[in-house]
Design a protein around this ligand. Sequence first.
Ligand SMILES: [Zn+2]
Length: 316
Amino acid sequence: MAVWAADIGGTAIKLAIVDRGRILLTREIAALPGDGLRHAMNRIAPIWQELCQQTAIAESDITAIGIALPAIVAPESGKIWAVPGGKFPDAPTLKFAAWIDNKFRKPAYWCNDAHAALAGEIKYGVARRAKNVGMITLGTGVGTAIVLRGRHLTGTHGLAGNAGGHNTIDAGGGRCGCGNIGCVETQASSWVLPAQAADSPLFSQSALAAEASVTYEAVFRLARKGDFLARQLRAHALKTWAITATTLIHNYDPELLVIGGKIARSADVIVPFMQKFIRAHCWAKWNVPIRPAALGNEAGIRGIAYLAAKDAKRSR
Ligand SMILES: [Zn+2]
């Protein structure tokens, strides 16, 4: 039951061969989202073939293909409705199901990336046995996903539960890639951070100015050392993400909230802050545990491989 899996992000694409939940071999390439989804899939195909050669797995033994996308994906038809920020601009008009069938001739399954990460955490990670779970993935954007009573919340077009990063939290805020204003993502996400830092009058005096690129890894590292701008940006991000967590609890009443994505490497700071904020601000007066993703940055790729294998088995 080996599966070709891809977790397509706004910045990088993670690729793997996964066999019954175990990653056999993995590779990462640049996302190049401006070049489109078809172009990305054409770059992915030969790498999947290489991974087969390196693991001595015949291509004919690949039983399914799983693709996690930073997009709104319809639950039944698989139609890709939207990718925020104009990324992969061909995706909404590309007849993806027909295209992928023609290219690979294998059962394929694709869905929103936060949805895939939550599936991974429920199957193999920190949310095992949980029936009502929320997830926030902190990466290029802010992704969310919700499982209620054991079922992924999708809505009509796949938007339900996925748009936690696109709730307006600043009515006077800037325009987001999704078209809305003042979204969570416009306040604290990897795509907005470099401009936020550069726009600050403190930037030239901050150690962030000497970094090759302004990332939350650098912000958390320099904030620990007392850098004033890094501390300011960290405080703003922590508050923004804690408000997002509070909103998810208010909207969906989960028994557990999982924090994943690349930035969750700083979970030692993020999780205690969120927990304290929620205790002080959330309507819910019961404890909602918050846990970092046990699978770390592999949650998405293991989740999408699991979902693809399950879907292929069902449709056989
Ligand atoms: Zn938005």
